[in-house]
Design a protein around this ligand. Structure first.
Ligand SMILES: Cc1cc2nc3c(=O)[nH]c(=O)nc-3n(C[C@H](O)[C@H](O)[C@H](O)COP(=O)(O)OP(=O)(O)OC[C@H]3O[C@@H](n4cnc5c(N)ncnc54)[C@H](O)[C@@H]3O)c2cc1C
Length: 246
């Protein structure tokens, strides 16, 4: 069955912005930590956080963590997101969980070709499912047969995962993966993650996204040339979040 990406921010550091502000203020203050904490919790920290970002004083940002559940994504996506070494991952196993009725992702470019192309693609998925079942039964079912039968599965096969990143890593991730140079699936998920992060920590994440959101495109000759379009997408996302929060 075809599935589409679903992203939820399931847990995050309580008061993420106050936590970051406290860690940063501590660096510049001779106050006792209890007094500093009280002061931070009573204050609007937005300007201070903006100043930290401008200065590039980013180690305090590492104290806030964000955990996402991600499903409806392909094993091709898995290969890409797990390149981000500062993140933590738990991924549904293809050894312990049978893929005899696997879900799959259909690339939008194939969907855009119309019903005949989609039917052809789905037929290929069904063929691979049969190959998998065939090897599962030849290998005697169970964990060890799943382990080997999965070698005939496609990259399109759905996976599910829990991903945790601290805010500094998330900022880096958004810069690389919200960019039009990133592959469509990880880009779509990165934008969904960005939206979730902005909802709970707007002062940390509203300025995040590909480099062009905050100025010119840093990609040089590899630029997609669509910075204006990307900026519009970003500002429309911010507007829709502000409307939802009213
Ligand atoms: C458009 C695009 C195309 C890509 N194409 C390819 C490709 O063709 N082939 C391919 O193999 N990969 C490709 N990648 C993956 C890319 O090379 C990185 O592996 C991936 O984006 C993770 O980035 P990162 O290492 O900066 O991030 P993270 O692993 O999240 O690390 C964050 C930062 O921590 C620091 N860091 C982490 N580990 C180390 C370390 N060991 N030493 C020093 N500093 C460290 C670095 O500053 C790094 O930027 C592509 C990525 C993008 C966005």
């Amino acid at each position: 069955m075809q599935v589409k990406p679903k992203v939820k921010l399931i847990r995050y550091t309580a008061d993420p912005e106050a936590t970051v502000a406290l860690a940063a203020r501590l660096c510049y203050s001779d106050k006792e930590l209890d007094d500093l904490t009280e002061n931070i919790m009573a204050k609007d920290n937005s300007k201070f956080i903006a100043r930290l970002m401008d200065m590039g004083h980013l180690s305090p940002v590492e104290h806030a963590s964000f955990t996402f559940s991600i499903e409806g994504v392909s094993r091709a996506f898995l290969a890409q997101i797990t390149r981000h070494r500062i993140a933590s991952f738990s991924v549904r196993s293809q050894r312990y969980v049978s893929e005899s009725a696997f879900n799959y992702i259909i690339p939008p470019a194939i969907e855009a070709m119309g019903a005949a192309a989609v039917a052809r693609y789905e037929g290929q998925m069904a063929t691979m499912m049969n190959w998998y079942r065939d090897w599962q039964s030849a290998l005697g079912h169970g964990e060890s047969s799943n382990e080997d039968a999965r070698f005939v599965l496609p990259n399109a096969c759905e996976t599910k995962m829990i991903v945790t990143m601290n805010a500094r890593e998330l900022m880096h991730f958004f810069e690389l993966r919200c960019c039009n140079r990133a592959q469509w699936e990880i880009r779509a998920v990165a934008w969904m993650m960005l939206e979730e992060a902005i909802k709970v920590a707007p002062n940390l994440f509203s300025h995040c996204g590909p480099g062009c959101v905050n100025g010119g495109c840093p990609e040089g000759a590899k630029s997609c040339g669509r910075a204006a379009e990307v900026k519009k997408q970003h500002s429309e996302m911010l507007k829709s979040i502000n409307t939802d929060n009213k």
